[in-house]
Design a protein around this ligand. Structure first.
Ligand code: FAD
Length: 428
């Protein structure tokens, strides 16, 4: 089926990156179509969200009150990691932030973001899988694929955004994808119920606890389950296959003293035990051929700091700003794309450097704090511990005070910035 309308922007993928881009572009008044291959609600991993993400949710019109009623308040993060032989934690409130992060059920969370994009005026077509994107000599983009009945379709647009997540539609087909050899990991996870070690009336934290061959995450969800996963080097995949995924998962958890303690008396749900590998990579360009790659479609780095959704919605926000300035003629297309690429590469590479440091060094807490401070040179008003909290809460980007006027610099963000640096934003 060939559709004749020419959209300002077509987006492939309605995850956090695609829905954020769509919602903000539609709010600006542009015509937006999102093509999503799945029907919603659909399962997704990535349940621990940073405080900085909540500031983007505001822009989509998602009420903070509603989000906190549906999901679980996350007031910090705790680790058993490096040279420390005890659990240590940080609280977001140490920086004076008004808001915590969240632990969410992604099927529900992603549906809320999708609905926000729809309410803003974007069209969302489910069951439409994009398979190719091309441009004619006049610059008209042809987005092609097939629907659930396997009928081919073509839609036309001025701009195209790849938000297909780990499917990496464009970077995989254009051979732009580079894996991180130091992060050749696999993750295996399941869901537990009857976990009595957590207090349902208190805010919770994301726990990351190292053991002899990897580390485990422990993320309590409001639906009465706890997401418990293991991350380890991919070289263990043969042992995992030999034992069977479920048996291997349980064996590894038993070797983790802290997780074993927390799961005493709990029941592993009969959901499938899920497995993923080869998930840490980066595209050599985030704007190849004039298309924009946002969120995981551009790059993903290990989940140790639970930063994936934050990177995705931040990329979505910046992609929407860039395309708005291009569509209104405020900037040329190359200028707008360069601005987006510079922002997202800087944000991503800062996290990449920090994640690699966290993994490669059997260091002390003080070393991790020092590294965070070194990565946020502008953060003059912060000590090392505060710099660490700023970085892992998704507020680090605010420290760049030169904020474009379309950057939705809300009063809350201005307050955070003043708190961290002693100065307000400079609009450019
Ligand atoms: C083991 C693991 C644990 C993680 N834990 C966390 C965590 O605790 N916190 C956190 O913030 N992040 C976490 N993440 C990362 C997080 O899952 C992702 O970063 C986040 O979902 C990225 O959002 P996105 O919108 O870019 O992609 P996605 O959320 O993956 O959305 C992409 C969408 O595109 C659709 N799609 C794919 N291909 C096509 C196509 N060809 N045509 C049309 N539609 C298509 C998909 O169906 C999907 O809906 C984790 C990741 C892993 C691997």
């Amino acid at each position: 089926m060939q559709y004749d309308s020419l959209y300002d922007v077509v987006i492939a993928g309605a995850g956090p990156a695609g829905s954020t881009t769509a919602a903000l572009l539609a709010q600006y008044g542009h015509s937006v179509l999102v093509l999503e291959r799945e029907q919603f609600p659909r399962y997704h991993i990535g349940e621990s969200l940073l405080p900085g993400t909540c500031a983007v949710l505001d822009l989509l019109g998602l009420s903070d009150q509603e989000m906190r009623a549906r999901f679980w308040d996350k007031d910090g993060a705790s680790w058993y990691w490096g040279q420390e032989d005890q659990l240590w934690d940080v609280k977001f409130s140490e920086l004076g932030f008004q808001r915590n992060g969240l632990h969410v059920v992604r099927s529900e969370f992603d549906r809320l973001l999708r609905d926000a994009a729809q309410q803003a005026g974007a069209s969302i077509w489910h069951g439409y899988k994009v398979t190719s994107v091309s441009k004619d000599t006049y610059g008209v983009i042809y987005v092609q694929g097939e629907d659930t009945a396997r009928h081919p379709f073509t839609v036309q647009s001025r701009h195209f955004v790849d938000a297909t997540g780990q499917a990496t539609l464009l970077s995989a087909s254009r051979k732009l994808k580079r894996y991180h050899p130091q992060l050749d990991h696999l993750a295996v996870w399941g869901y537990w119920t009857d976990v009595t070690s957590i207090d349902a009336h208190l805010p919770t934290q994301t726990l990351s606890a190292a053991f002899d061959t990897g580390w485990c995450w422990f993320i309590p969800l409001r639906n009465g389950t706890v997401s418990v996963g293991i991350v380890m080097q991919k070289k263990y995949i043969d042992a995992l296959r030999a034992s069977g995924t479920r048996a291997y998962y349980l064996q590894c958890l038993q070797r983790n003293r802290i997780i074993t303690e927390l799961l005493k008396g709990a029941t592993l749900l009969s959901h499938p035990i899920r497995l993923i590998s080869d998930y840490s990579y980066e595209a050599s360009s985030f704007t190849p051929e004039g298309y924009l790659l946002v969120g995981d479609a551009a790059a993903f780095i290990d989940p140790i700091f639970s930063q994936g959704v934050h990177l995705a919605v931040s990329a979505g926000e910046q992609a929407a700003i860039a395309l708005h300035t291009a569509l209104t003629g405020e900037k040329t297309v190359p200028e707008a794309l360069a601005q987006y690429e510079a922002f997202y590469k800087r944000m991503f590479s800062r996290m990449r450097t920090f994640v690699l440091f966290f993994y490669s060094m059997n260091a002390s807490r003080a070393d991790y704090f020092w590294k965070a401070k070194a990565l946020l040179p502008e953060a003059l008003a912060l000590n090392e511990r505060e710099a660490f909290i700023a970085l892992i809460s998704g507020q680090g980007e605010l420290l760049s005070q030169h904020i474009h006027k379309h950057n939705h610099f809300t009063e809350e963000r201005a307050q955070v910035l003043r708190q961290l640096t002693g100065q307000g934003p400079v609009l450019t």
